[in-house]
Design a protein around this ligand. Structure first.
Ligand code: PNS
Length: 159
């Protein structure tokens, strides 16, 4: 079975993330979306809330699982026999850091990283920008799944 992981913070999942997960689900037999548990970073949604939203919006794909991890991503991959990390590359600005991580992950554990070029519709998109725009009342429909928009609106109304 060909397995891959799509790791990230997903606070919250955007249509850019979903585009990568959907495309990965067509290439690999099983794709795990793995949410990083990062106690040092404050987040709008808890890990459980992010996982629940991810589970809802990826349900249609059939071969996508949602999980969380802490510590090194390569340890998570090793323990579950996942040989490939799939990442979206939005712009050249993503490249330096992504290259460093990919080379480190390969050096540490031989885990490969496959980069997909982001759909140009979403090349400017990030969870941070979505939260900032939504916080000040900007329209982020069309940037996040409808289900996420509802949670975002609710959370920002009563943080
Ligand atoms: O959505 P993000 O926050 O950009 O995702 C970053 C993520 C989770 C993919 C990256 O920070 C990561 O893999 N963290 C796990 C810790 C780890 O393995 N660090 C070494 C990277 S070489």
């Amino acid at each position: 079975m060909r397995r891959a992981v799509c790791p990230g913070s997903f606070d919250p999942v955007t249509l850019g993330h979903l585009d990568i997960v959907e495309r990965a689900s067509k290439i690999y037999d099983e794709v795990t979306v793995a949410v990083l548990v990062n106690k040092k970073k404050s987040s709008l949604f808890t890990v459980e809330e992010r996982m629940a939203l991810l589970a809802e919006v990826t349900e249609v794909y059939g071969n996508v699982k949602v999980d969380s991890f802490h510590g090194l991503l390569v340890d998570y991959c090793r323990e579950r026999d996942i040989p490939v990390i799939v990442k979206g590359l939005r712009a050249i600005s993503d490249f330096d850091y992504e290259l460093q991580m990919a080379q480190m992950n390969h050096g540490l554990a031989g885990v490969e990283t496959m980069f997909m070029t982001t759909n140009p519709l979403y090349s400017f998109l990030s969870s941070s920008l979505v939260k900032e725009v939504a916080t000040y009342g900007g329209d982020v429909s069309g940037l996040v799944p409808e289900r996420v928009l509802a949670s975002l609106t609710e959370r920002l109304a009563s943080p």
